[in-house]
Design a protein around this ligand. Structure first.
Ligand code: WAQ
Ligand code: MG
Length: 268
């Protein structure tokens, strides 16, 4: 689903220029779930904090290929109380994964601007932007979770008081992204002005939620995938956009943990 609204700007001509992205959503579902999911997506597009959409595009495709089954990343929340603290923790995590300051700065700059519909692909050392369309970014799709894993995940998240669609969708998306062998880490900040928890996800540390990574009311948001240098980016994009991947098992879900615990005992 892709929802947008026309900007209130007299000067701009009709076209993609004055279309503001409101909300997007995608997933891998059973045919019997289509009605329910479409209804949910439309509700989201029409009741979004970024404004009411005036155009909603829904694409439904029959996926013949059997999905690749993966595990969800383990989940934990770091203790951060302000955007400065949150950003600091994100930077420490990303640096400890071997990502250069330059690459990290590029990611935070584009999140500050917040104009993309998808994610930027940034190389870990040089900080090169490799997505073919820098305005749009790469949109991860074809990710889902099977019924028993969803039940287990919902139960674990309920115990922590975070069993929401936003959290679950982000965990599923991040788990698919992390399952791509050339992706080292993902940084995410929601573009919803009232959703201030972001995350850093990686194979090494799992899915680490970072509360207060931005100020309430801020329109900043975006995603960056940090990838190894010298890797064919088309293969990565094809995996992220087109390879059906389903979560079949969940991992641990912990509440707030100290930064030291993360660094002293990484997941893998
Ligand atoms: N593929 C690539 N990039 C995407 C996708 C996608 N499927 N969906 C969204 N993005 C990018 C896009 O640039 C958005 O502006 C940005 O990410 C943020 O998207 O555990 O809600 O849908 O509590 O606003 C994190 C949950 C929520 C943290 C993230 O992202 C938690 C969220 P949003
Ligand atoms: Mg959003």
């Amino acid at each position: 689903m892709r929802a947008s609204k026309t900007a209130n700007c007299k000067r701009s001509a009709v076209g993609s220029q004055n279309e503001i992205h409101i909300s997007g959503a995608e997933g891998l579902y059973e045919a019997s779930e289509i009605q329910k999911i479409v209804k949910r997506y439309i509700g989201r597009a029409l009741n979004h904090p970024k404004g009411k959409a005036d155009k909603i595009i829904i694409t439904i495709e029959d996926i013949k290929q059997k999905p690749k089954e993966i595990s969800a990343l383990p989940v934990a929340t770091v203790n951060s109380r302000t955007p400065d603290e949150g950003k600091d923790i994100a930077i420490k995590l990303l640096q400890s994964l071997g990502i250069s300051k330059r690459a990290i700065n590029i990611a935070f700059e584009l999140i500050k601007k917040s104009s993309m519909r998808g994610a930027a692909i940034i190389t870990v050392e040089k900080g090169d932007r490799l997505e073919p369309d820098n305005e749009r970014g790469v949109r991860v799709s074809r990710f889902g979770i099977n019924k028993s894993a969803l039940k287990a995940l919902s139960l674990r998240l309920s115990k922590l008081g975070i069993n929401t669609d936003t959290v679950k969708e982000a965990i599923i998306l991040a788990s698919k992204v992390a399952s791509c062998e050339h992706v080292v880490a993902e940084l995410c900040v929601s573009d919803d002005p009232f959703y201030t928890t972001g995350y850093v996800a990686s194979k090494k540390f799992g899915y680490l939620r970072i509360p207060n990574i931005k100020h309430t009311g801020s329109k900043s948001g975006g995603r960056a995938f940090f990838i190894k240098e010298e890797i064919n980016v088309e293969g990565i994009i094809n995996y992220l956009e087109r390879m059906p991947v389903i979560i079949g098992r969940v991992a641990s879900c912990r509440g707030i943990i100290l930064t030291d615990e993360i660094f002293n005992c990484p997941y893998k």
